[in-house]
Ligand binder design. Structure first.
Ligand code: SF4
Ligand code: SF4
Length: 266
């Protein structure tokens, strides 16, 4: 295991421990909002949900929403790669699926997942959730969001020493990850919002200098999102784990906001 991979392994439980501490200290207002001083950091998907259900803008949350949206635009899906516990579980389950899910279609290799949704499928799910939310006035995004489920249960445990029944809903994304390849397109509302915000590829992301690349393919082997960073690291799918940078023997990949000589998407 590489140094960055090892650090990531320690970092994620650290984030979970920090959120637990924040819940005990009363900083976590609800599943999608963290209060630090006067700033309320709010999940963009959660913010849009509140606006849609209340049919009004909670102005108190706007600075935190703008801050988080800008951070995602700049840092892409780093949240998914470094902070999100559900994404970690999904990564592991996809690894399990690689070896165990049988192929239904003869032309499909046995180690691939049964379904590999694209951006259109994910957008359709998101649109369906939003439509359901507008019709029923019910927070569907947050109810099924794995991040929301984990956060709600931590807050509940911190305030009343008991867990909620909705913890059982976590089984859904865990089981889905066995059959659906969610590495390139996240199906959770928070991950999808982050993918859409980082899709313009204007912020920081691994970029390859073609003059240095020797085409060895090690970056592709190292990428947990199934990308080929040597050719193009799609910002909507890249979780900024930095494994490709560490794996490249030629030092051809670097984390940059812009690179004149770097390879663009193809
Ligand atoms: S492209 Fe690089 S940083 Fe992005 S997910 Fe793949 S290995 Fe990680
Ligand atoms: S690991 Fe580096 S040298 Fe090898 S293909 Fe990827 S970018 Fe090119």
């Amino acid at each position: 295991m590489t140094g960055i991979a090892r650090f990531r392994k320690i970092f994620r439980p650290g984030v979970l421990a920090f959120f637990c501490l924040a819940a005990f200290l009363g900083w976590a207002i609800n599943a999608c909002c963290l209060k630090i001083g006067y700033l309320r950091l709010v999940c963009p998907a959660g913010f849009l949900e509140i606006v849609a259900i209340r049919r009004s803008v909670p102005w108190r949350l706007v600075p935190g929403f703008v801050f988080v949206a800008f951070a995602i635009f700049f840092a892409g899906r780093a949240w998914c790669g470094w902070f999100c516990q559900a994404s970690f579980i999904s990564e592991k389950m996809n690894g399990v699926a690689k070896g165990k899910v049988p192929a239904l279609c003869p032309s499909r290799k046995p180690h691939t997942a049964l379904l590999t949704p694209g951006a259109g499928d994910a957008a359709a799910i998101m649109a369906g959730l939003f439509a359901g939310m507008l019709v029923f006035g019910f927070p569907l995004l947050c109810i099924f969001c794995p991040v929301g489920i984990v956060s709600r249960n931590i807050i509940s445990f911190a305030s009343s020493w008991c867990l909620r029944f909705d913890l059982a809903l976590l089984a859904l994304p865990v089981l889905l990850a066995l059959f659906i390849d969610m590495r390139r397109v996240p199906l959770c509302p928070a991950g999808l919002t982050r993918a859409l915000l980082s899709a313009p590829e204007k912020g920081m992301m691994p970029r390859t200098n073609p003059e240095l690349c020797i085409g060895c393919g090690r970056c592709r082997e190292a990428c947990p999102s199934g990308l080929n960073p040597g050719m193009h690291a799609d910002a909507a799918a890249c979780v900024m784990c930095l494994h490709c940078i560490e794996a490249c023997p030629a030092g051809a990949i670097s984390l940059r906001a812009h690179c004149g000589r770097c390879k663009k998407g193809h």
